[in-house]
Design a protein around this ligand. Structure first.
Ligand code: KIV
Ligand code: ZN
Length: 512
């Protein structure tokens, strides 16, 4: 029989406190609803004493959440506990949880709280007694447990359990421990605390050394039964345990992890995406499970292996977490198998094009351009003078006259085909749309601007501006990028690259 692991989400508390701005109550409620649908057992809704808006958020969440249990954080201070209970008073589905915490390491006791261990013990016990007036579900966290002397840790745990604590949480607050060490702490607590069977053991890891998921997994292997974390690992400094990582570790390594959770893993991808968006948080492309590269394969050997059997290079199917199908990046590291796969997906059998020639041209273009898209592949396969055609639209000159609070004046000199030279001067305030509309008009290609990203930096006293543009043409996304000393020039060149790609693509008889 698989043992259940309780999933405790603290995106709205530990996660939110790390964002550069606080989330208002309506955003917090949206996130809580998403977490509930995902199947999270406990939602830590906030730290209500910190601000009236956070108090309001917890009230709102308590009124609207029915399946997940609601929890509120309190220091071991009377007023915090009373406010937590008040904020959750509308939660009627079950008993709400009060989460008490206090620093237990020597460092925290002496240098943060300016107290001694006896004071901490007394404050802890008195707080548990107070919280007990409001609920029978009390969690107690020994903050900085990872660096707390083990006998002190066990002593305080024993005493708070005696007074009614039902969940003991062991936070590695500063992400200091490493897996073997953390599992020893868990084992010692289970062996040394005589009444530990009266409480559930929980862990709460931070990721400063990149150990959060590893420490959480080793902790459940050694007896912990609740994992705390956040979606995508949002949290103080390098973040908390990313819940999607530990949930998928449990799911994927079922052969040695005899556990289950109540999470609906099909919802992991969409839930994370939405929460990240609400939090306006960026995750790196190689973020496990939900990063844009998590199911992308780039090297030719890998792509070939995945096409033969996806298990060769994929331990999780994207579909299982509700993500779109696996994706192959077409770069100069790709091989013939990936090209054939893409061409087949677009409706072309190998008889309809010359694979060897296409592969050769593909590598040449990929080395130059970095990444190849569907439309490039088609143009390569079916355009006679591919490289000549690439220069159909060409920027000859670009001059920008900018006056503060006045209209901009832009001069573009564009070569179109062999002979047509056009020189156009225009006035407007929005440079991005001005250039876009101008090029759209000159090229007679009906494009829509979808996205524009510009990054500038200084290198050896020179400005370097990188621009990525996405444009929609007949429901297909076309991408262009360029780099120069001026973002408007980079942007214009990116758009011109796109126009050339569309022009080639337009001239091909398409099947898809
Ligand atoms: O990291 C930590 O110690 C915490 C506690 C409040 C549980 O977030
Ligand atoms: Zn924390």
């Amino acid at each position: 029989m698989k043992e259940n692991i309780v999933i405790f989400d603290t995106t709205l508390r530990d996660g939110e406190q790390s964002l550069p701005f606080s989330l208002n109550s309506s955003k917090k409620l949206k996130i809580a609803i998403l977490l509930e649908k995902l199947g999270v057992d406990i939602i830590e809704a906030g730290f209500p004493v910190s601000s009236p808006e956070d108090f309001k958020s917890i009230e709102l969440i308590s009124k609207n959440i029915k399946k997940s249990k609601i929890c509120s954080l309190s220091r071991c201070i009377k007023n915090d506990i009373d406010i937590s209970a008040k904020a959750m008073r509308f939660y009627k589905h079950n008993s709400f949880r009060i989460h008490l915490f206090i620093g237990t390491s020597e460092l925290h006791i002496k240098h943060k709280l300016k107290k001694n261990f006896k004071d901490i013990l007394e404050m802890s016990v008195q707080s548990v007694i107070r919280a007990k007036k409001y609920t029978d579900d009390i969690e107690f966290s020994c903050e900085d447990a990872g660096r707390t002397e083990i006998d002190n840790l066990c002593f305080i745990i024993e005493n708070v359990i005696k007074n009614g604590v039902t969940t003991i949480n062991i936070p590695d607050t500063v992400g200091y421990t490493i897996p073997l060490e953390f599992s020893e702490i868990i084992k010692k607590i289970l062996n040394k605390v005589p009444n530990i069977d009266k409480a559930k053991l929980s862990i709460h890891c931070h990721n400063d050394l990149g150990m959060a998921a590893g420490n959480s997994i080793t902790a459940i292997q050694n007896g912990a039964r609740q994992i705390e974390g956040t979606i995508s690992g949002i949290g103080e400094r390098s973040g908390n345990t990313a819940l999607e990582e530990v949930i998928m570790a449990i799911n994927t390594r079922n052969d040695i992890l005899n556990f289950k959770t109540n999470i609906n893993i099909k919802k992991i991808y969409n839930t994370s995406k939405k929460i990240i968006e609400i939090c306006d948080f960026n995750i790196s492309p190689n973020k496990p499970i939900i990063g844009t590269n998590s199911f992308s394969h780039s090297s030719g050997i890998h792509q070939d292996g995945v096409l033969k059997n996806r298990k060769n290079y994929e331990i999780i199917s994207p579909d299982s977490i509700g993500s779109k199908k696996q994706n192959f990046n077409l770069t100069s590291r790709s091989g013939r198998s990936a090209i054939k796969f893409y061409m087949k997906n677009m409706g072309y059998s190998e008889k309809e094009y010359n694979l060897n020639k296409l592969y050769k041209d593909f590598i040449k273009l990929a080395d130059k351009q970095g990444r190849i898209f569907n439309y490039d592949l088609l143009s390569l396969a079916f355009t006679k003078n591919f490289y000549k055609e690439s220069e159909y639209f060409k920027l000859i000159n670009l001059e920008i006259f900018y006056k503060y609070n006045k209209e901009n004046k832009i001069l573009i000199n564009l070569k179109i085909g062999k002979k047509n030279k056009k020189k156009i001067i225009f006035n407007d305030c929005n440079v991005i749309y001005l250039i876009f509309n101008l090029l759209k008009k000159i090229s007679k290609i009906n494009i829509k601007l979808k996205n524009f990203i510009s990054k500038s930096s200084i290198y050896k006293k020179k400005i370097i501006s990188k621009v990525n543009v996405t444009v929609i043409y007949k429901n297909i996304k076309f991408y262009g990028n360029d780099i120069s000393s001026n973002f408007i020039k980079s942007y214009t060149l990116s758009l011109i690259k796109i126009l050339n790609s569309i022009r080639k693509y337009k001239n091909i008889k398409k099947k898809y």
